[in-house]
Design a protein around this ligand. Structure first.
Ligand code: ADP
Ligand code: 5GP
Length: 213
């Protein structure tokens, strides 16, 4: 899988750090440049969320069936719900040369790194912990008990931040969006990710030097 055409990009971060907001702006600011993987989950649909847009909402039985049928690239349990990445869609996009973004939590991110060693792992964080609490409360989608659970999870997740390739501090939204875009575009220029191009130009130059052109 290391010779994939498109790049697999993982965007993780504490709940409430701004991953969804960054993704929305990234897709709007750079239309057609990135494809977003849509996950399956057993959690309840929030107001405003649509089946197949934010998630594929599934029952536990349906989700466990997807696991048994090997339909998921990775999956994890987060706050008593299953979340997983449907395999077929991501593989199709990557083979078409698209840069695919997976907005997933840390356990899943580390599974993806094993499957796609050249994947790029980005971690979104607010500048300070108290801002995370404020954003979670401000979003108003979870009650205070769930907010506290998510803050406790954030504390555990923070221990894995060093396994990521880049840390995105989401202070001013526009700057964070630009950072994500710039990092991805720079990473795509790495020699290691361009072996096909390098070999082609080497072959062309060799042909020149042998007087074949
Ligand atoms: P996540 O997807 O990481 O759980 P969201 O994208 O839902 O987080 O963001 C959580 C809340 O924080 C939302 O209400 C969002 O509007 C707000 N938010 C996101 N980024 C910023 C930012 N840079 N400055 C201020 N508020 C933000
Ligand atoms: P939320 O309930 O706020 O939408 O998501 C909770 C957490 O699950 C977030 O950290 C989000 O990134 C993560 N998540 C969403 N989809 C997936 C997935 O397919 N796999 C994994 N491992 N985590 C996911």
């Amino acid at each position: 899988m290391s010779n994939t055409k498109g790049t697999v990009i993982v965007l993780s971060g504490f709940s409430g750090a701004g991953k969804g907001t960054i993704m929305k702006h990234l897709l709007n600011t750079y239309p057609g440049q990135y494809a977003l993987s849509v996950s399956a989950t057993t959690r309840e649909r929030r107001e405003g969320e649509e089946e197949g847009r934010e998630y594929f909402f599934r029952t536990v039985e349906e989700f466990e069936n997807m696991i048994r049928e090997h339909e998921l690239l990775e999956y994890a349990s987060f706050n008593h719900n299953y979340y997983g990445t449907p395999k077929a869609y991501v593989e199709k996009l990557v083979n078409e040369g698209k840069d695919v973004i997976l907005e997933i939590e840390v356990q899943g991110a580390l599974q993806i790194k094993k499957i796609f060693p050249q994947s790029l792992l980005l971690f979104v964080t607010p500048p300070k912990a108290n801002i995370l609490k404020r954003r979670l409360e401000g979003r108003g989608t979870e009650d205070s008990e769930v907010v506290n659970q998510r803050l406790a999870i954030a504390s555990r997740e923070s221990l894995l931040m060093e396994q990521y390739d880049y840390i995105i501090v989401n202070d001013v939204l526009e700057d964070a969006v630009k950072s994500v875009h710039n990092i991805i575009q720079s990473e795509k220029k790495r020699a290691l990710r361009n072996s096909e191009f390098i070999h082609r130009i080497q072959d062309e130059l060799q042909a020149f030097s042998k007087g074949e052109n």
